[in-house]
Design a protein around this ligand. Sequence first.
Ligand SMILES: Cc1ncc(C[n+]2csc(CCOP(=O)(O)OP(=O)(O)O)c2C)c(N)n1
Ligand SMILES: [Mg+2]
Length: 344
Amino acid sequence: MEHETPYHSQNSIQSLQDDLSQDVYCQAYRFMLTARLLEEKLSALKRSGKIVGGVFLGRGQEALSVALGIHLRKGDIYAPLIRDQAGRLAFGEGMLDALRTYLGSALGSMRGRDGNVHRGRPREGYFAMISHLGVMVSAVSGALIARRFRGETSIVGATCIGDGGTSTGSFHEGLNLAAVEKLPLVIVVANNQYAYSTPNSRQFACKNLVDRALGYGISGHRAIGNDLSSCLHVLKEAVLAARSGGGPQLVVADLLRLVGHADHDDASYITEEQKASALGRDCLIVAQQTLLEKNWMTQAELTAWQQEIEAEIEATTARVLREPAPDPKEESWIPFATSHLHIG
Ligand SMILES: Cc1ncc(C[n+]2csc(CCOP(=O)(O)OP(=O)(O)O)c2C)c(N)n1
Ligand SMILES: [Mg+2]
C-alpha cells in the first residue's frame, strides 16, 4: 500500500534555482572540478605504480558530495566515504593532505601509516573512514552522543553512504539510535543504482530509499543527484533542520556512478539505457552549463580555473613525491584506533 510521504522532497526535487547564491554555486563548482582533476591524477599515479591500494573515484557524484561538505562548518563532524573527494575539499581538506596520504608521505595526517581514503583528522571532527558500508553511521551517531554529553550544541554530524551501505546492520542500528535520541545527524545516500554490480532491484524492495525515513520516524528529502542546484538546496535545508533541533535527516539522491566500483571494475553492468537517461548526465557538465547560461562565468574563466587547478595538482604531486616515507622504527606513532578515541 502506498502511503503519503511527509517529506519536503516533492518541493526540493523541482528545479530550485531561484534563490541560489552565485558565490556558493561557483565555489561548489570549483571544488567539484578540483576533485575530478585530482582523482584523474590519482588514477594515473595508481596506474604508474606510485599508489598502493585502492583508488575509488567519485565521478558522477561530485555535486552531491560537495553540497554536503560545503554546508558543514568548523566544529561539525564529517565522515566522508570513498566517493567524497569533493566534499572533503569543501570541508577544508587541502589537496596536499590527500596526496600525502595516497602517496604514503610521512608528513601527511596519517603519517604514511594508513592510506588513500582512510585519512582524516578525528580531533577536528574529520573522521577517517573505517568502512564504506554502513559503519560510519554508527560512528557519527556515537560521536554526536559524546558531544551532547559535553554540552556542545548547534553541531551537526554527517556522512554520505552508498545504496548498498543502506542494507547493512550498522546503517539501521546507527540511524535508529539517532532517531530515538533525536541526534543532529545528516545521512546522505548516493543512490547510484548499484551496490558494486548488484542492481537496486536485488538490493531493496521499497519504492524509494527515502521511504525508509518514515519507518524511523525521521525527516526524508530527495535530491537530483547530478544537479548541483538541487543538491545545494536540499542539503542546505537538511543541514539547517538537523542543526536547529529537527533530529536526523535522511537525504536520498538518485544518480549514476560514471565509473566502476574501483579501477578493477569496468562497470559493464550499467545499462546503455541508464547511461543515456537523465540519470546518466555528468554533474560537472550540468554545472558548467548552468554557470554559462546564467552568465555567472565565461568559458575563458572556466578554462583558466581548470589550468590553475591542474598546475596546483602537478606542483603538489611533485612536492609530495620528494617527501620522506615513514620510518618503521619510529615509535612516536599513535595507533590509528587510539586516535579515534579522542573525538572532537
Ligand atoms: C563490511 C563490508 N562488507 C562487504 C564488503 C564488500 N563490498 C564491497 S563494495 C560493496 C557494495 C557497495 O555498494 P554501494 O554502497 O552502493 O557503493 P558503490 O560502489 O555503488 O558506490 C560491498 C558489499 C565490504 N567492502 N565491506
Ligand atoms: Mg551504489
